[in-house]
Every structure is written in structure tokens, then in C-alpha cells.
Write a protein that binds this ligand. Structure first.
Ligand code: COI
Length: 357
């Protein structure tokens, strides 16, 4: 596999590249995609870059029935001097394999797939938008393809990588979002698939999200699946609280996704000398701190969301307005620092960016 050549077939009909100022999240896709197949006994094989196109699958393919699938999300940026940078791509490759392990999907060769991803980006690099708040979102994913209705791990898989020029994930952009604290539904429990990046976790979240949207909220904040007391994460991001000068975020407990941005924020805060801890946090504690006037900022972190300030929480009808519904100074500083590192506009003291040469 390591030395297998990636065969490239170029598109004959290049699409029109959308105007960067009108980009939504995840609605349009570049000219090419990467594909690689797996079959038991042969392993991962036939890596190829082909024109972006629909794929054909047997209706009995196991992905449709039992959801054995994993995905990743990372971004590419173009610097002012036309260099293409990826942000901590090795972390995504590593996590893809952790998710594979949980979903009984055969591991990938991380270095090989990262290399394939770079080849694909090089080919479609004119699609990388450059105006503030935009980037090229990269979505590697693996689906089970064996036509079989028995509940078992599939014997065949397909890995694909698609690219999408994106604007901000939330329509609010960097402006604070309103979040509904979910009491009825749960997303994951320890021992389940919460820490894997797999479709089922997101499918399970839709009902609560739909209901919260009807009430005017962007997403829900999940509490633990057992006591519905401890804070876990938001639909598409991890969550941080700045209380009385100190920053806290829920500790990884097996049901929370280990976000790459979460990890980067923790490292940055430590670097700046701002106290930060990962621990169990109850929703009661947050409301109590707010009643005492101590909650300074709340923000979410994620590849798609970057840093997304939270302006309001609603828990059982009790609304908590944070920082007068305005973006806090720390959220803004984190957003600026991370996006500047990603865009190559600020020094990168942690060597997080990787150039696509
Ligand atoms: C990401 O932040 O990259 C995600 O995968 C979250 C979401 C878009 C599902």
C-alpha cells in the first residue's frame, strides 16, 4: 500500500468556482475526489483521484443498514504568499484510526492517506477561498460496502476524501450563538460511540437539534447520558467556560469527542499562562456561578466552528445571558490567534501547520 501509486483522472468539465463572499458551509464541492477501496484478504488498494462524481452502491451495502462509517473534518488555507497550509492534519489521521478501531473498520496507513489528501488539495488548490472566515473544508470518510443484511463488520469498505470551500459554520459567523441545554434526549454514554467520529452520533442528535431550532437556538448542549447533570459537548463542538478568571472544559470521559481545536485551545491557554483545567462540570455549577456573577465567557471549539462564542444558554426555561450576549475578549483572542496561525499570518510556535508542497 505504502508505495502504491495514486492514479489520477482529471475532469473534462471544470466547475465554476463560487464567489468567496457567498460561501455557506458544506454546500459545494471541488472538481476532484480521492477514493480507495478495501476488501478482506487484499487490504486497502486502488488509490485514485477522479473527477468529483456520484458513486454507485448496492442497496444492500451495509452502510445503509447498520451505519458502519467514520469521518473526519479538517481545513486547508492559502497564505498571502500562496502557500497552502493544513492545520494539525496528523491529529485527524490519528483520530480517524481511533474511530476505525471503535467501529471495527480496518485501519488506514495514516501517512499514505495524508499524502493522498495533499495530492488532492494540490490539484484543486484554486478552490481554496482566501477572504476572512473562509477555508477549504476537507472531509475524509469511510463507508462499509459489503452487500449483506447480517449484523457484522463489513468485509469491504471505501474511503473517500471530498473538498468543500466554506464560509462560517453558523449563520452568526463569529457572533455569539444561543444554545439550548438538552434534558430529554442524550447523545452518547461512556462505552458507546461518543468519542468516535461516526455518523450515528450525529443522527442521534438531530431530533433535539430540530426542537431547539424551533425555539430559536442554534444547537444543543448535551448533558451526560446517565444523570443528565454533567456537561459533555455541543452538537458540532466542544465547550469551554471562563469563570472568575479560570477556564474549564469537560474532561474526556469516553463519550466526548476529543476535538483538535479543543486540544489547541488548551495548549494556547497554557502558553499564555491562563489557568485551564479539564474536569467534570455540572450544569448546576455553571448556573450557580452565573447567579454569583462569575461566568465571564462561554465558547465552543471545533474545526468547522473554529471558536464560537455562546451568548445565551437555556436550561429548563432559565435563560443565562453571557457577557451581555457579546463576544468576549478571550474568545476573540483565541479566534484571532488560531485563524492567524492557520492562515500563516502569525508565527506558529507549536508547529501546528503543515505546508502542502
Ligand atoms: C467539524 O468540526 O469538522 C465537524 O466534523 C463537525 C460537524 C460539521 C459535524
Amino acid at each position: 500500500m505504502k508505495d502504491e501509486l495514486i492514479k489520477t483522472t482529471l475532469t473534462h468539465s471544470k466547475k465554476e468556482i463560487p464567489n468567496s463572499s457567498q460561501l455557506e458551509f458544506g454546500r459545494c464541492f471541488t472538481d476532484h475526489m480521492f477514493i480507495m477501496d478495501y476488501i478482506d484478504g487484499k487490504g486497502w488498494h486502488d488509490p485514485r483521484i477522479v473527477p468529483y462524481q456520484p458513486i454507485s452502491l448496492d442497496p444492500a451495502a451495509m452502510i445503509f443498514h447498520y451505519g458502519q462509517t467514520v469521518f473526519e473534518g479538517l481545513k486547508a488555507y492559502k497564505t498571502k504568499d500562496e502557500k497552502v497550509l493544513l492545520f494539525r492534519p496528523n491529529k485527524n489521521m490519528e483520530r480517524l484510526n481511533l474511530s476505525n478501531e471503535r467501529l471495527c473498520i480496518p485501519k488506514i496507513d495514516e501517512e499514505f492517506v495524508l499524502d493522498a489528501l495533499k495530492q488532492l488539495i494540490r490539484l484543486d488548490q484554486e478552490w481554496i477561498p482566501t477572504i476572512e472566515g473562509t477555508s477549504l473544508y476537507i472531509r475524509p470518510f469511510i463507508i462499509s460496502t459489503e452487500p449483506y443484511l447480517g449484523v457484522a463488520a463489513s468485509k469491504s469498505y471505501r474511503l473517500m476524501i471530498i473538498l468543500s470551500p466554506v464560509g462560517s459554520y453558523y449563520k452568526e459567523g463569529i457572533h455569539p450563538v444561543k444554545i439550548f441545554v438538552e434534558r430529554e434526549f442524550v447523545r452518547a454514554v461512556a462505552g458507546g460511540t461518543g468519542k468516535a467520529k461516526t455518523a450515528g452520533n450525529y443522527a442521534a442528535s438531530l431530533k433535539a437539534q430540530e426542537l431547539s431550532e424551533k425555539l430559536g437556538y442554534s444547537q444543543v448542549l448535551w448533558l451526560d447520558g446517565v444523570e443528565k447533570k454533567y456537561i459533555e459537548e455541543v452538537g458540532s463542538m466542544n465547550i469551554f467556560f471562563k469563570i472568575n478568571g479560570k477556564v474549564i472544559t469537560p474532561a474526556l470521559n469516553g463519550s466526548i469527542l476529543e476535538g483538535v481545536t479543543r486540544n489547541s485551545v488548551i495548549q494556547l491557554l497554557k502558553h499564555w499562562g491562563i489557568p485551564v483545567s479539564e474536569r467534570k462540570i455540572s450544569i448546576d455549577e455553571i448556573y450557580e456561578s452565573h447567579r454569583n456573577g462569575l461566568v465571564e465567557e462561554i465558547f465552543g471549539t471545533g474545526t468547522a466552528a473554529v471558536i464560537s462564542p455562546v451568548g445565551e444558554l437555556n436550561w429548563e426555561g432559565e435563560k443565562m445571558v453571557i457577557n451581555n450576549g457579546q463576544t468576549g475578549l478571550l474568545s476573540k483572542k483565541l479566534y484571532n490567534t488560531i485563524t492567524n496561525i492557520q492562515n500563516g499570518e502569525e508565527p506558529d510556535p507549536f508547529d501546528w501547520t503543515v505546508e502542502v508542497k
